[in-house]
Design a protein around this ligand. Sequence first.
Ligand SMILES: Nc1nc2c(c(=O)[nH]1)N[C@H]1C(S)=C(S)[C@@H](COP(=O)(O)O)O[C@H]1N2
Ligand SMILES: [Mo]
Length: 432
Amino acid sequence: MRHERGVRELYAADPERADALAWGRRGILKGTALAAMSAALGGVAIPFARFMPEGYLPVALANEAKAVFPGKHPGLVLLSDKPLVAETPAHLLDDPVTPTDRLFIRNNGGVPEMPGDPNAWKIKIDGEVNNPLELTVGELRSRFPRVEGVFMLECGGNGRSQFVPQARGNPWTTGGAGCPRWAGVRLKDVLQAAGLKSSAVYTAHYGADPHLSGDPTKITLSRGVRLEKAMDENSILAFEMNGEPLPLIHGGPVRLVFPGWAASASHKWLTRIWIRDKEHDGPGMTGTSYRVPTAPIVPGSDSKGEGFRVLESMPVRSIVTSPADGTRLPAGTREIAARGHAWAGDLEVAEVWTSIDFGASWQKADLDRPVNRHAWQRWRQTVKLPTHGYYELWVRAVDANGVSQPFMAGNWNPQGYGGNAYHRVALLVAAA
Ligand SMILES: Nc1nc2c(c(=O)[nH]1)N[C@H]1C(S)=C(S)[C@@H](COP(=O)(O)O)O[C@H]1N2
Ligand SMILES: [Mo]
């Protein structure tokens, strides 16, 4: 399946070359086909080209073609094909600002078509407003002040795989999160232009992505936020990511970004915001969907979500981005420079601690302030490794309210939201 997608991608870009590279060749690779393959490999010679079997796709190209989606880093891990869901291994999240090719993907339905002119894409603001609006992306750009920020996007299910017993849904480890630079306009400015009524308390989001059933009357997802979050300076309608027009797979031409909150509210392919006079009850807002217990329930119990609340701000979390999990260090290594990021939803992270002795002792790491509110924070630590052998580097963060990540995912819930257990990476120091 993955190979098929990769080859399709190759064909989309340059059918003749793809043919020459993969399937169309007869006999020994030579002439223009060989030249094309060399060029595709970065302009280098292939010394043993004469031994390459017919129809062979070089591993270097195959790995690239294996990316979960065109333009994505081949290291992203596919969690689901339909809908497309992929997470980013922690060591690929080392950059201070997450590059576009490394941001996780979470779809609940299909992907709509990219319009010919992104600026003509329309969104509607209606409901509890005095002046319902229909605005194009072009009008958003021209009528409202442009804002930018480095903002966390984190799936509500990030960390889900750490729940015991297993929770229902995509088994995210720590990679359902990233921190790109977004640009757009404040949602607050747009809502003020629509004139909020005093009855306005909640938003409801709609997008253009088709339901997986193919039934056009069905809605893939429709979540919302309390008005207070909608009016936050950092809640935006984003049409750019990392200085480029927002890519289709991340919700382009325009999406919502509510940094720090479960990203299911950050609606992609946005077409409508309905302002409501009560908590929204669309698909993804009720029962056990994106909702967590207000009092602990028995792990594994069959709750229908009574007494649950909407998952809003995400809990505190930290990851090790270097060294990578499973790193083998040369004999004689006694010290390494470890680093990563930490974040805590709407809150700032106050402390990050590391341990290499299974939590028996903890060392306080250096921690940067965020570049702006709702950005993750870099931590750094010199870690001493007294001898050769197997180690685990554990990291935990503490938020501004003094709440720490737990050893195990807590507050068990059927769909596994808010699991923020310590991140742990294995290290091996070779014997002399
Ligand atoms: N229209 C629409 N918006 C959506 C979704 C979706 O399925 N459809 N998924 C949500 C969820 S659950 C997450 S975690 C984020 C993921 O954003 P990304 O794919 O850009 O990383 O998008 C949110 N916005
Ligand atoms: Mo999500």
